[in-house]
Design a protein around this ligand. Sequence first.
Ligand code: FE2
Length: 259
Amino acid sequence: MRFAFIGGIYSNYWALRATLDDISRRGVDGVWFLGDLGAFGPHPDRIPELLIERGMPGIQGNYEESLSSRAEDCHCGYTDPRDSHYAQISYDYTFANTSDAHKDWMGTLPREIRFQAGGKRFLLVHGSPRRINEFLWRSTSPDPFLERLCVESEADVIVCTHTGLHWHRPLPGGRHVVNAGVIGRPANDGRTNVWFAVVEVNGGAVTAEFVPVEYDHRRLAGEMQKERLPGEFIETVLTGWWTTCLEVLPPKERAAGRF
Ligand SMILES: [Fe+2]
């Protein structure tokens, strides 16, 4: 059985279209979105529109939690003032351009989804099982910590997003944690593609594949420009390097980027 997981979409409509096309060619057994439908990109209403039209199941991210409760900010979990400054610009734009009907719909989304497949208990969360905005980075998540998360949340396979960077960690006892990455912005590697995850369960073995998605990033950048979104956000889309909301990166992940 194979399942596709779509991490943060960040209003990247063109990447979502390309991702759904790719997934439909794969003939997977299920597809879920993992929250943060809005953020850096333009015209946030297009994302819920498409997801509702497709009837796709998924969970709340911190964005949906904030938008549906009409909160003042995204509760992204940033602590650095520069990260928070750009996060606020992004949130204010998204808030102003998301319809009340979509905000209400976001409030109906679950915070987690559980299912069983191939003898494995799956748990889908946005940040971590214990906090919607916890950042699970590869370099700062040692095995015993991830194992504890699995045990405490009674899951064999945890699938999350929120950080923007994808990774997979097999753990003792057949447990796994998969950060599906995001399709909203590139993975801070100088490439313009974005990523989603396909997890396969076969005879008790779990494998994770990260799929690169090319999309019309110039078109997205043009739309962002028309909406007068910050040039820093557009630069990330065009270059593949993060320019904002990166003070939160741990040293190892920070060193892999340009800024
Ligand atoms: Fe998030």
